[in-house]
Write a new protein. Structure first.
Length: 272
């Protein structure tokens, strides 16, 4: 078999976690990623029938039974993934009962997947109903996005509209807008269910005073969505205390969306 450390999906995960740590989106052991894998591709690197151990997930995800996921480990630092992926990552398969994960590779120190795996699984199920090509759920704590939740109205429309105004690209990159949740206790099925509900409409969900969830077909798409939101939030925080002399008008956003052919949330604009 091929060397799993050279697998494209593993390299993608290592690069993403390293970049997220470098950007200070995921301090200490903050943040988590789950990446749905193609079993035929994984079979080139390991034997899918060889189950190392079984781990309860704490949530029933029968619609995902048989699916394989590459998942960051609980308590693991993103800065360490690149140098020791087998300790800090794991490849799991959701068992037929929907509540058990079969470990196929990784967590070699006896560890386990992120405590927020149920929230990830719920979001995967929600996004797969909207987009069969969906593959990645990414959670991080980007600084300016987090700061913005302390000073801005916490509604989907208001938060999205302010970010759309900050960068010309925003309405093109996330025309479906952003879902916003109030502060909730993390690591619970309650916040997972609330996030998944938002994921029925949005690929991005902000956890107020905590961070953000991004979903995409690829690692780059999920990363790029969060990256764009964070840039817009940075501009917002750098200018929020200053008089607004110029702005991107709603009429301009319509022109942008029409020019790039994207379907946007018309109800998130304030048009006459």
């Amino acid at each position: 078999m091929k060397n799993i450390l050279e697998a494209p999906f593993l390299r993608e995960m290592c690069e993403a976690t390293s970049n997220m740590y470098r950007l200070v989106w995921d301090e200490r052991n903050g943040g988590n990623i789950s990446y749905m894998l193609d079993e035929a591709e994984v079979a080139q690197y390991l034997d899918p029938s060889n189950v190392l151990r079984e781990i309860p997930t704490g949530f029933e995800a029968k619609p995902l039974a048989g699916k394989l996921f590459l998942v960051t480990g609980t308590g693991k630092y993103f800065k360490n993934v690149q140098n020791d992926p087998e300790t800090n990552l794991g490849i799991i398969r959701i068992k037929e009962d929907g509540v058990t994960a079969q470990l196929l590779w990784g967590y070699k120190d006896g560890g386990s997947f992120t405590s927020e795996l149920p929230a990830h699984l719920m979001s995967h199920m929600a996004r797969l109903k909207k987009d069969p090509l969906h593959r990645v759920v990414m959670h991080s704590h980007p600084t300016y996005t987090l700061a913005m939740t302390y000073v801005h109205e916490l509604t989907d429309k208001a938060f999205t509209h302010s970010l759309w105004e900050m960068c010309t690209e925003c309405i093109v990159v996330f025309p479906d807008g952003i879902g916003v949740l109030p502060w909730m206790l993390c690591g619970t099925n309650e916040i997972g269910a609330a996030t998944a509900k938002k994921m029925e409409e949005f690929r991005l969900v902000v956890w107020s005073m905590h961070g953000i969830y991004g979903a995409g077909r690829t690692m780059d798409e999920a990363f790029g969505l969060i990256e764009t939101v964070e840039k817009a939030a940075q501009i917002y925080m750098l200018t929020a205390h200053l008089p607004r002399v110029n702005t991107i008008r709603d009429e301009d956003m319509v022109r942008l969306a029409d020019h790039f052919g994207v379907a946007y949330r018309k109800d998130f604009l304030n048009l006459k």
